[in-house]
Design a protein around this ligand. Sequence first.
Ligand SMILES: [Zn+2]
Length: 348
Amino acid sequence: MKLLACTCLALLVSASASGQTGETFKVGTAAATRGQTAYGAIEVPAGSDAALSIPVAVVHGARPGPVLAIVSGAHGTEYASIIAVERLIQQLDAKAIAGTVILVPLVNVPSFEQKVPHVNPIDGKSMNRFYPGKADGTQTERASFLITREVVDRCDHLIDLHGGDLDESLRPYSYWNKTGNEKLDAASREIALAFGLDTIIISADRPKDPAASRYLENTATTRGKASLTAEAGHAGTVEPEDVDALVNGSISVMRHLKMLEGAARPVQSPVWIERISAITSEATGIFTPLVKRGTYVAQGMKVGYLTDYLGRPLSEIRAPDAGVVLYIRAVPSMTKGETIANIGIVSR
Ligand SMILES: [Zn+2]
């Protein structure tokens, strides 16, 4: 009896992972029949803190095909990425799609509503650091647990969209998550190229254990699913070129996966970033940048300076390595130990 139960469960799991679940595809309360878009929520029950309702749309294509998850808003003030997924929900026509798209535009609703960057204000945790989550943890952990079960386990591929947060002036880039599994890495690389952003970070240091995957995209790759993270947007803005980059990138990946008609538009000669050199502030004070996001800097170049609250010089901030400014602090507030800028070291 026990053996039978196990077999049935295995069958169910493999059926849902391949997306061939038949005529209806349900995520949370959103149940779409073939050729339709359904709207609903992933309901995170109350536990040690409040319940959370995470909006989800399911675009269940008229024809069978892969299941792609597109998630944004783990950081609820990275607005360009959230608006991009809102636009995808409007644009995608289930009748024209082969396969299924699970769209989660705003994971961190409390961050969005309270305009709190980086973390979920309910428990003070980043909503992209606690995967695969815990059913009995705080709100972020319970939400991550349900997103793993309802979104990651159900999809074949995953795109996690981010951007510079309220205090980050960021130039667009994506990550290629390199796991050491050659076949998976090749598929993830193709997706990163298909997404089309011209700067790609080679991310080879993510945890390998699916039970301690930390990041959403890494939760997918540690479960054998080709995936990517992409970032565009900066400092609370919703610039059309940032939103377009994320929308068009997602559509190009869908074309690459043969979910949509038309040719993918992969980036031809991306800049590969082999390592990130973070500049950390050694003092608390007022930060003034001297370079813009996307600037190529030489080693030792002055990228900004710090003064105290009476304008007296505290320190000069210099680039520890040559590379591209992936993001730099967008606001004057600077606290000791915080990141001033990330310099991407270009792969030779
Ligand atoms: Zn983010």
